[in-house]
Ligand binder design. Structure first.
Ligand SMILES: NC(=O)c1ccc[n+]([C@@H]2O[C@H](COP(=O)([O-])OP(=O)(O)OC[C@H]3O[C@@H](n4cnc5c(N)ncnc54)[C@H](O)[C@@H]3O)[C@@H](O)[C@H]2O)c1
Ligand SMILES: O=c1ccn([C@@H]2O[C@H](COP(=O)(O)OP(=O)(O)O[C@H]3O[C@H](CO)[C@H](O)[C@H](O)[C@H]3O)[C@@H](O)[C@H]2O)c(=O)[nH]1
Length: 321
C-alpha cells in the first residue's frame, strides 16, 4: 500500500537514508527539517522539503493533504552538549515531539515510528540488552528520548495511536550519496576513517580502563540501510492502540580498538590515535538483543559486518571529495 508520510529530520544522516528508502518503495514523502544539523542537499530527490520545526510539521499535517503516518527522526543528539545544555534537549527533543504528537492527534494521523536510542538504557546490568531492561539514562539526551517513549505509550493507549519506538544502537555506514555528515562529528567510525585517511586529526581514544576485553568501550554497530529496512517493517507492523519498543542492533559488540583495527583492514592504513581520559556518561558496554523485532516483525540485519559499514562510509566520503 502506498502511503503519504511525513519524515522529520529527513535532511540528516539517518533520516535521509530512511526517506530515500521510503521513496524507493513507492511512498510519497514530505521532509520537515529545520537544518539545525542537517543539510538541504541531503534530502533525497523525489521528496518534498519544508524547512521548519515541529510546529511547521503540525501545520502540514493540518493542511489539505491527508497523511498516513509520521516517521520522526528530528532530534539533537550530542551527548556532551546535552550534559552542558540540557534545556536544548528537553525542549528540542521532548517538547518538540509533544508538539508533533498533538499535531497528529488534531489531524487524525494515527501512525508513528520514532527514533529512540540505546542511550535510554544507560549502564546496563546485563548484555545483550532486551527492551524490558531498566532505563536509567546517563545523560539528558537519553532522558529526553526516554520521555518521548513514555508519551508515545500514553498517547497510544488513550488515543489509539499505532506507535513504534526503534532504539538504534550505533548506526554506521552509508547508502550511495547519503551518509554521515555531522558537524562537528563526534562518532567513532567517521572520526577513525578521517584519521586513517589523513582528513582529520589523530583519534582520541576515550578511556582504556573499562572492564572489557581490551579496556576500551564495547559497542554494537548497525548498518544504516538495515535501520531503514526496520522503519518499513515498523510502519507496516504498527498496531492501533499499542506502543512497541524494538532494539536495532546486530547483537555483537566490538571494542573501540577492534573498530580501529577494522578501519585499518578496510583502508590499508592504520588509525593514528592517542589514549585519553574516559568521556563522561559513556557506558562500558552496549550490545542489543534484537530478538523482539525479529520475532514480531521479521526484521533482521542484512549487512552485519563492520567491514561493510566501514567500506560504505569510505565510499560515501570518497564521492564527496
Ligand atoms: N547516529 C546514531 O548512531 C543514532 C543512534 C541512536 C538514535 N539516533 C537518533 O536518530 C535520529 C537521527 O540521527 P542522525 O544521526 O541522523 O542525526 P542528524 O543530526 O544527522 O539528523 C537529525 C536531523 O534532525 C533535524 N532536526 C533536529 N531538531 C529538529 C527540530 N526540532 N525540527 C526540525 N528538524 C530538526 C536536524 O537538522 C537534522 O537534519 C535522531 O533522533 C537520533 O537521536 C541516532
Ligand atoms: O573520538 C572518539 C569518539 C568516540 N570514541 C568512543 O567510541 C565509542 C562510541 O562512541 P560514539 O560517540 O560513536 O557513539 P555512542 O556509543 O556514544 O552512541 C550514543 O550516542 C548516539 C547518538 O549520537 C546514539 O544515540 C547511541 O544510541 C548512543 O549510544 C564510545 O566509547 C566513545 O567514547 C572514542 O574513543 N573517540
Amino acid at each position: 500500500m502506498t502511503m503519504r508520510l511525513l519524515v522529520t529530520g529527513g535532511a540528516g544522516y539517518i533520516g535521509s537514508v530512511v526517506a530515500r528508502r521510503l521513496l524507493d518503495e513507492g511512498h510519497r514523502v514530505v521532509v520537515v527539517d529545520d537544518l539545525s544539523s542537517g543539510f538541504a542537499d541531503a534530502v533525497p530527490r523525489g521528496a518534498e522539503f519544508v524547512r521548519g520545526d515541529m510546529a511547521a510539521a503540525a501545520g502540514i499535517l493540518a493542511g489539505p493533504d491527508r497523511f498516513d503516518g509520521v516517521v520522526h527522526l528530528a532530534a539533537r543528539s550530542l551527548i556532551d552538549d546535552s550534559v552542558r545544555r540540557p534545556e536544548r534537549y528537553w525542549h528540542g527533543n521532548t517538547q518538540q515531539s509533544l508538539v508533533l504528537l498533538d499535531g497528529m492527534l488534531a489531524a487524525g494521523v494515527g501512525r508513528i515510528v520514532f527514533s529512540s536510542t540505546a542511550a535510554t538504557y544507560g549502564q546496563p546490568e546485563r548484555v545483550p540488552i532486551p527492551e524490558d531492561a531498566p532505563t536509567r539514562p546517563t545523560n539528558p539526551y537519553g532522558a529526553s528520548k526516554l520521555a518521548v517513549d513514555g508519551a508515545l505509550a500514553d498517547y497510544a493507549r488513550a488515543h489509539g495511536l499505532a506507535a513504534v519506538s526503534l532504539r538504534y544502537f550505533n548506526v554506521a555506514g552509508a547508502v550511495g550519496r547519503h551518509g554521515e555528515r555531522h558537524e562537528p562529528e563526534t562518532h567513532l567510525l567517521p572520526l577513525a576513517l578521517a584519521a586513517a585517511q589523513g582528513r582529520g586529526p589523530e583519534l582520541r581514544l576515550n578511556g582504556d580502563d573499562y572492564p572489557t576485553r581490551d579496556g576500551t568501550c564495547v559497542r554494537d554497530f548497525i548498518h544504516v540501510a538495515d535501520v531503514a529496512d526496520a522503519h518499513l517493517a515498523a510502519l507496516a507492523g504498527a498496531v492501533s492502540g499499542t506502543h512497541r519498543i524494538y532494539n536495532l542492533g546486530n547483537g555483537r559488540g566490538f571494542t573501540v580498538l577492534e573498530v580501529l583495527e577494522a578501519v585499518a583492514r578496510v583502508t590499508g592504513r592504520r588509525v593514528p590515535f592517542r589514549r585519553a581520559e574516559r568521556r563522561p556518561g559513556d557506558p562500558a558496554t552496549l550490545v542489543a538483543s534484537a530478538e523482539r523485532i525479529h520475532a514480531e516483525l521479521g526484521w533482521k540485519p542484512g549487512r552485519p559486518t563492520l567491514e561493510e559499514m566501514i567500506e560504505d562510509a569510505r565510499a560515501f566520503h570518497a564521492r564527496r571529495r
